[in-house]
Design a protein around this ligand. Structure first.
Ligand code: HEC
Ligand code: HEC
Length: 270
């Protein structure tokens, strides 16, 4: 009797995971379809205001009334999301609708129109670009960038990919906000760059940043900039690290004028 029961249980488990896989594929397909969509309310000036009302009722408890995030629960600063690689109206729509598996960010079953209103609102509060002219010396900045930053960042096509592509960053963010990303990288870590470490049964200790994740699997870029996928069932000692993989650059390591030169170089590349 016993072995038979065991088989039945096993089969049950198999069926569940096949169903889960199918629904994951469906979900994946859906979010790809949405990622191609543009906001149909983009040209409606009332949409952002209406979205703000929904935001204060539904989102502010976690993301803060000013949407600047609440660090203690790892709810990110939403005024910065448009500065990250790859965030579009469609991808933010999908994030709000589906939530983020593995985090407390819930799925929201709102009508599409309300989600697009939220997207309009988030666009309207996006942190803007440079607030004053760039005074740094771009040539010195390039030298400093190559020595301190190019190991993890690229500006445009070639270079390293552990950190975000910094091409155009000065068009999207103010000098002060870029400077605080350099002085205090861990204060706000963008999606796609959250650090993690774990032990894999076959591959030993792995450290990197989370590129995507669902209930069963996780895809990371490891510290050697290799994209790698794992089934969660083969992992142990999973640690979500609070500190960015980017080291913080103090004034002793990078003076204000050197930082200014790097900003001058980045601005020249936009
Ligand atoms: C219970 C807390 C909670 C609520 C409520 C909540 N969020 Fe979130 N949200 C989070 C957390 C935590 C994350 C980060 C998850 C992660 O990256 O692991 C997040 C992430 C996001 C992101 C992705 C940001 C990025 O870096 O790309 C968006 C967009 C977002 N939330 C929008 C909203 C909106 C709009 C609402 C209201 C409709 C909302 N959230 C409600 C906790 C919450
Ligand atoms: C060891 C790798 C590493 C080094 C070295 C490094 N960074 Fe970073 N950087 C990252 C990672 C990873 C992120 C994304 C996570 C975060 O925001 O902390 C990041 C984020 C940033 C951001 C925010 C980007 C955005 O789109 O909002 C800026 C700006 C930045 N780095 C500038 C620099 C500059 C300038 C230097 C050199 C002085 C530098 N970084 C050196 C890894 C690195």
């Amino acid at each position: 009797m016993k072995p038979k029961n065991y088989l039945v249980t096993n089969f049950g488990v198999m069926r569940i995971s096949v169903c889960a896989l199918v629904s994951l594929l469906l979900l994946g397909g859906l979010s790809v379809a949405q990622a191609q969509q543009n906001n149909p309310l983009a040209s409606d000036p009332r949409a952002a205001g209406a979205g703000g009302v929904i935001f204060r009722a539904q989102c502010a408890t976690c993301h803060g009334a000013d949407a600047k995030g609440i660090a203690s629960i790892e709810a990110p600063d939403l005024t910065l999301i448009w500065t990250q690689d790859g965030n579009t109206d469609g991808s933010v729509f999908a994030t709000i609708q589906n939530g983020i598996p593995g985090s407390i960010m819930p799925a929201h079953g709102f009508p599409d129109t309300e989600i697009w209103m939220l997207v309009s609102y988030l666009r309207s509060i996006a942190t803007g670009g440079a607030t004053r002219p760039f005074t740094g010396d771009a040539d010195t900045g390039q030298r400093l960038f190559n020595a301190n930053c190019a190991g993890c960042h690229r500006v445009g096509g070639a270079g390293s990919a552990l950190g975000p592509n910094l091409a155009g960053v000065t068009a999207r963010r103010s000098q002060d906000s870029i400077a605080s990303s350099i002085r205090e990288p861990s204060a706000s870590i963008g999606r796609g760059y959250k650090p993690i470490s774990f032990l894999s049964v076959n591959q030993g200790r792995v450290q990197g940043v989370i590129k995507s994740e669902d209930a069963f699997s996780i895809q990371i870029m490891d510290s050697n900039q290799q994209l790698r996928g794992f089934m969660k069932s083969e992992l142990s000692q999973m640690n979500r690290e609070p500190n960015s993989l980017m080291p913080s650059f103090s004034i002793a390591e990078l003076s204000d004028s050197e930082l200014n030169d790097i900003l001058g170089f980045l601005d020249q590349q936009r």
